[in-house]
Ligand binder design. Structure first.
Ligand code: BGC
Length: 414
């Protein structure tokens, strides 16, 4: 066979393969090592069930680039079949009347029984399912390199006072105490855990979820900014612009001692072949034990003209909440299943702890939505809060000025 005929044959085969199943285009921002591995399982599941996954990946942790891409596609009248959207934004998209109703898949697959009651309202609009959740991530984790702590003769901190003592020792021993990236969402991720730790769960709810002006302007908020400033003094000069996964790499390579990040960081440790307990540890952000800041990834589906595409979307929604997918995906992603009753055996200690903590925290009213990760407030308010935190982080603004700025920023967006 000539080379030309071989190539032509291969192209023909490729062509026929893509005709094989209806394409389902999925927008997401899972592009780091661990994230990509996890999302490829969703792709495999869909393809194995007779459809063709069309990847619409937009790089950028926390998804702001992805959300910009989504808005322009919807405005151009050409939305993807499914998009990774979460929290109050689900309601905002639903209000525009562009989302598919998933009630039939939900009913056929018993979602009302499977999904914890306290989370269900996030995925429903006027009582109808318009989103399918994928996982639960915990935000208030601190990732630790135990060897660095040992070499520095430092103790793993459980309070901010202990943190300062440990960080000084680590710095003196020639390591970077805190691996930090320089993007607004990364700064907000630390800040919200600080607020939770210093103010406690009731204060967090008042300030970061209910946006109560008194709580936002309080002394507790000022103290939280002071703590953020203190943490910054333990980061390195190259932090600005650094991606979160590169900060995680600093911890597993032994350059830095700690990172404050949600448990998608675990996906990076795993991809790098690192083992929990020996190579790295996950502990609570100081002063936050017993509270759980949650972040639930989910997909919304856009109404389609083509009946086959609608079927493909529903198949995707169905597969996502099956035990099989909940297990493979969450083990790789670092998160835990969003449905009840998934066998625990395949999960590591960090995940098992997280699963138990969700239930315990729900009981004590300490299960709280993450503001930094789109679960607590609208995108407009979140953006205003990010601006205040980032300005403070990147300047020498005083904590009391930042506190006042926070009250005003939220007031203007409300
Ligand atoms: C998402 C995670 C993702 C992380 C970093 C978070 O907002 O919920 O799924 O891994 O951003 O991109």
């Amino acid at each position: 066979m000539t080379k030309f005929r071989r190539i032509a044959g291969a192209l023909l085969l490729l062509g026929s393969l893509s005709l094989f199943g209806t394409e389902v285009e999925v927008l997401h921002w899972w592009t780091s090592g661990g994230e990509a591995k996890a999302v490829s399982e969703l792709k495999n599941e869909l393809n194995a069930n007779g459809y063709t996954w069309k990847d619409f990946a937009v790089a950028g942790g926390n998804g702001s680039n992805a959300m910009t891409a989504l808005k322009s596609r919807v405005m151009a009248g050409n939305p993807p079949a499914a998009a990774q959207v979460k929290g109050p934004s689900i309601q905002q998209w639903a209000e525009l009347g562009v989302l598919a109703n998933l009630d039939d898949v939900a009913k056929a697959n018993n979602w009302d029984k499977l999904l914890p009651k306290q989370f269900q309202k996030i995925f429903k609009y006027k009582g109808h399912y318009v989103a399918v959740p994928v996982n639960v991530h915990k935000i208030n984790w601190m990732w630790v390199n135990p060897a660095v702590f040992r070499k520095a003769g430092a103790q793993i901190p459980t309070t901010w006072a202990e943190f300062k003592v440990a960080a000084d020792k680590i710095k003196k021993a020639g390591f970077i105490p805190v691996a930090q990236g320089g993007q607004p969402w990364q700064e907000a991720t630390i800040f919200e855990s600080i607020v939770l730790g210093i103010g406690g769960p009731t204060f967090y709810q008042k300030a970061m979820v209910d946006l109560d002006a008194k709580a936002l302007g309080s002394d507790t908020m000022k103290k939280s900014f002071d703590t953020l400033r203190m943490i910054k003094s333990y980061t390195d000069k190259n932090a600005p612009g650094r991606d979160w996964n590169l900060a995680t790499a600093m911890v597993y390579k032994g350059k830095a001692a700690m990172q404050f990040m949600g448990d998608w960081a675990k996906g990076e440790f795993s991809v790098a072949g690192k083992h929990v307990g020996t190579d790295y540890l996950a502990v609570d952000v100081p002063q936050t034990s017993g509270s759980y800041l949650f972040n639930i990834d989910s997909f919304i589906m856009f109404k389609q003209k083509d009946a086959d595409k609608t079927k493909g979307q529903k198949e995707l929604a169905k597969l996502i909440l099956k035990n099989k997918f909940q297990t493979i995906f969450n083990v790789l992603k670092g998160s835990v299943p969003v449905i009840q009753g998934v066998p625990r055996a395949p999960f590591d200690d960090i995940a098992l702890r997280s699963m138990d903590e969700i239930n315990a925290a729900a009981y004590t009213h300490s299960l709280l939505p993450s503001l930094a990760h789109q679960m607590a407030v609208t995108d407009a308010i979140r953006g205003a809060v990010f601006d205040v935190i980032t300005k403070f982080w990147n300047s020498d603004e005083s904590s009391s000025d930042a506190t006042k700025a926070l009250v005003n920023a939220v007031q203007n967006e409300k």
